[in-house]
Design a protein around this ligand. Structure first.
Ligand SMILES: *[C@@H]1O[C@H](CO)[C@@H](O)[C@H](O)[C@H]1NC(C)=O
Ligand SMILES: *[C@@H]1O[C@H](CO)[C@@H](O)[C@H](O)[C@H]1NC(C)=O
Ligand SMILES: *[C@@H]1O[C@H](CO)[C@@H](O)[C@H](O)[C@H]1NC(C)=O
Ligand SMILES: *[C@@H]1O[C@H](CO)[C@@H](O)[C@H](O)[C@H]1NC(C)=O
Ligand SMILES: *[C@@H]1O[C@H](CO)[C@@H](O)[C@H](O)[C@H]1NC(C)=O
Ligand SMILES: *[C@@H]1O[C@H](CO)[C@@H](O)[C@H](O)[C@H]1NC(C)=O
Length: 292
């Protein structure tokens, strides 16, 4: 009897914490955090503006641990060199965890790059950069973070482009104990964004506009980070994202990831020996020590 009560109590808690927002209203989920006069919300889309006076950014009202978060985004058209549109999850400082999509603009006709990064306990330096297989300025595309105890998947439409697996057994850090806010922003990153910073923002093309469409958040939400909520949300095996089908990628997804890595990957920190020397980060695949 008491066991039953415990079970139904925990189901209730899960129901309250787990939050599904399909095609949610921007203002239900987010508030402007800077440059609020550069954020314009229409019925089903929100435009972020960047000009010489300011860019802008928004943040979610709730914090989330694990789950799946998708934003539909249409990137800055035309000459977007120097601009960075960002969609990211981040916990609070200090020693924060963060998962990033950063869209690096380019001059007209030249391709965007997507930079992804993973911060754990304040340390990032885990960049990958991918090309896209479509023009991201023409229509809305889905950019998704999937996050459970085993891995973090960065997904574009139906294609997983990057997987950061939990390699704690090798001593590598993995984010799992800090709830994250959802952020979006548009800012001037001309120092490094386009062709390594060689091409600066051309302000005669301002204002630059990036559009966010609908959001889908299927995650464990909390109004404020409490140890109680973190423990509940982090409890293994309680939520759909920990089901056995999500312990690893299925064959189809593995094939798609491989395709993305083979055809789209432009930069991988795990291959940057000039940067890390023989101190490669612990999560990077070990190079074969065999010699020919
Ligand atoms: C968002 O809110 C506005 C105003 O309350 C409403 O007119 C609109 O239908 C809502 N849109 C969605 C997608 O819920
Ligand atoms: C996070 O980093 C800080 C500062 O380096 C360190 O004191 C702390 O132990 C780290 N925490 C974890 C969980 O690794
Ligand atoms: C994005 O996801 C929505 C909802 O699942 C879907 O209707 C839409 O076709 C997707 N867009 C693209 C470009 O795949
Ligand atoms: C911009 O275009 C150049 C030339 O095609 C390319 O080398 C670069 O990777 C593109 N993207 C960025 C963000 O610089
Ligand atoms: C900046 O953009 C304007 C308007 O499109 C163009 O005429 C000018 O040549 C551009 N400047 C540079 C340095 O590319
Ligand atoms: C917003 O609504 C308009 C008109 O209903 C539609 O054409 C457009 O595709 C919608 N945009 C998104 C991002 O859902």
């Amino acid at each position: 009897m008491s066991k039953q009560i415990v079970i139904s109590f925990s189901l209730l808690v899960i129901h309250v914490l787990s939050f599904m927002a399909s095609a949610a209203n921007f203002s239900d989920l987010f508030i402007p955090v800077w440059g609020s006069d550069h954020i314009v919300t229409q019925e089903n889309q929100t435009s972020l503006y960047l000009d010489q006076s300011s860019g802008c950014g928004f943040v979610s009202k709730s914090k989330y641990l694990f789950g799946k978060t998708t934003a539909q985004i249409k990137l800055v058209e035309g000459d977007s060199a120097g601009t960075i549109t960002a969609f990211y999850l981040s916990s609070e400082e200090p020693y924060h965890d963060e998962l990033d999509f950063e869209f690096l603009g380019n001059v007209s006709g030249q391709p965007y790059l997507i930079q992804t990064n993973v911060f754990v306990n304040g340390t990032g330096n885990r960049e990958q950069r991918h090309k896209l297989w479509f023009d991201p300025t023409i229509g809305f595309h889905n950019y998704t973070f999937f996050w459970n105890h085993q891995y973090i998947l960065f997904q574009v439409d139906d294609i997983p482009i990057r997987m950061y697996t939990n390699e704690e057994s090798k001593g590598a850090p993995f984010p799992k104990s800090r709830a994250m806010d959802i952020h979006g922003s548009l800012w001037n990153g001309e120092d490094w964004a386009t062709q390594g910073g060689a091409i600066k923002t051309n302000w005669s093309n301002a204002p630059f506009v990036a559009k966010f469409g609908s959001f889908e958040v299927d995650s464990c939400a909390m109004a404020a980070e409490t140890q109680f909520d973190v423990l509940k949300c982090g409890k293994k095996g309680k939520f759909w994202w920990d089901k056995s089908t999500y312990k690893k990628l299925d064959k189809k997804q593995q094939a798609k990831l491989k395709w993305a890595q083979t055809n789209l990957l432009e930069y991988d920190y795990c291959k940057d020996t000039a940067r890390f020397g023989n101190q490669m980060p612990k999560e990077c695949p070990k190079k074969s020590t065999k010699t020919k």
